[in-house]
Design a protein around this ligand. Structure first.
Ligand code: ZN
Length: 174
């Protein structure tokens, strides 16, 4: 059975005990990620499976799913970006432990006492999953913003410019 997701925990001890956690993390609590979102009302669903594979080999299988409302870089409207991550992580306390891990698992550094900040881990992984240039894959609803060098095709909607010589004509009448 899964336990409720803690903010932080002793990850090594959780691995020794084979603990599982499940829960949702609000996007608005992730301050670095939040700055890149069009709206921070949603949450990320997180499932953690801590386990141990022999002595000193602490592992974490982590699933993160979320639908991130990013800002489309073409039309500047929100665009939903679905994320579904399945991560095979190795919990390490030092460079030596990291070297021993090899390439089979992505290392995650925990504190000397095994402490792991769950929210920071999830936020880091979501940030890594973000596209460099989010945009609507099937075309934007709004027309793209024209490059500045091109004159707008339709100038009718522009407010009339004030004629700087309008007052001059009046002056000349007198
Ligand atoms: Zn767009």
């Amino acid at each position: 059975m899964s336990k409720r997701l803690p903010v932080r925990l002793d990850a090594l001890r959780a691995a020794e005990r084979g603990l599982r956690y499940e829960g949702a993390l609000p996007l608005r609590d992730m301050t670095r990620l939040r700055a890149l979102l069009a709206d921070d009302g949603g949450s990320a669903a997180v499932a953690l499976d801590f386990h141990q594979a022999g002595s000193e080999r602490y592992r974490l299988d982590c699933r993160i799913t979320a639908e991130l409302p990013l800002v489309c870089q073409r039309c500047l409207e929100p665009v939903a970006f679905p994320v579904a991550l399945s991560l095979a992580l190795g919990l390490v306390r030092s460079d030596a432990e990291m070297a021993r891990l090899g390439h089979e698992r992505e290392p995650v550094l925990v504190g000397e006492d095994g402490e792991l900040e769950i929210a920071a881990l999830v936020e880091d992984e979501l940030l890594l999953a973000l596209p460099d240039y989010p945009r609507h894959a099937s075309g934007c609803q709004l027309p793209a913003i024209e490059p500045l060098a091109e004159a707008p095709a339709d100038v009718e909607d522009e407010p009339p410019r004030e004629n700087p010589f309008a007052g001059l004509a009046d002056l000349l009448k007198h």
